[in-house]
Write a protein that binds this ligand. Sequence first.
Ligand SMILES: O=C(O)CCC(=O)C(=O)O
Ligand SMILES: [Fe+2]
Length: 298
Amino acid sequence: MEELPIIPRGIRFQAGFITPEHEAELMHIFRNELDWPTTKKFASRKSLHYGYTFDYKTFGIDPNIPYKPFPEWLQPLIPRTAQGGRDPDQVCLQYYPPGAGIPPHVDTHSAYDELYALSLGSAVMMQFRHTRAREDSKAKEGGVEETPEEGRAKDEREIVDVDLPPRSMMEMSGDSRLHWEHGIKKRKKDVLADGTVRMRGDRWSITYRWLREGGQCECGDERLCDTAQRRIGVEREFRWKQQQPQGSMREERQQEGEREGLGGIEDKGVLISRQVGSTGVDQGHHQFENGNILLSPL
Ligand SMILES: O=C(O)CCC(=O)C(=O)O
Ligand SMILES: [Fe+2]
């Protein structure tokens, strides 16, 4: 696995994890042999889970849901570079029709340690984003109290697009795992760094997760870490996760996610965006407010 020479640090890639022929066989199985959950909504993501189910109430394995053995097709797709080659505790196969996405999120810190994802079918742009309070906030300048609303308006958000080519295995470690959120925009096409518009097709991803020993994360990131948040008495944004395993995010969260991001009501501040991938790097600073992106010179 080669680490991408970008910020966020910690994204490792292995191109060509499987052959195109193997990929075609898998897509045949995914299309014809699996029992996908049915949804009324057009173009929505669907998930199937294997292995253990995590219990967000006890922060351990849910003893009421039996271990779901890995199907035969999954065996050769397990990355063996993580955790001394041990099987992952949880595997999630997801299907994204064109137009589907996944809201920006960080996979629960306390529950999971290492994360890998294999991409199959259509390429897609994944967005990593990082938010931090701006240095020049009023509170810091003169000790004047500011409302959380005023504070958020000064947040600085950095967005990096990372292209996920089919058949590539990605590992999220370090900053990219803990201090940046990741997500996939709900849209039918992606614009590459060189301006090319690329239509999306059917995509499948397989996410591999290993449970974190002890169930506590020590990163201390109060914005993104559930352990850090629990220690300071914050439970916000966490309740939604308590009923379902990671990766099958509930509808509310999905709708919430649609309101977030570039088109969201929360968007106010300075956005620094970069795009990376096979086509190179493009960098620009934009000001954004209420979903309108205003281009400004660097
Ligand atoms: O589809 C992907 O590549 C990643 C999905 C993801 O972030 C997740 O299941 O937590
Ligand atoms: Fe994720």
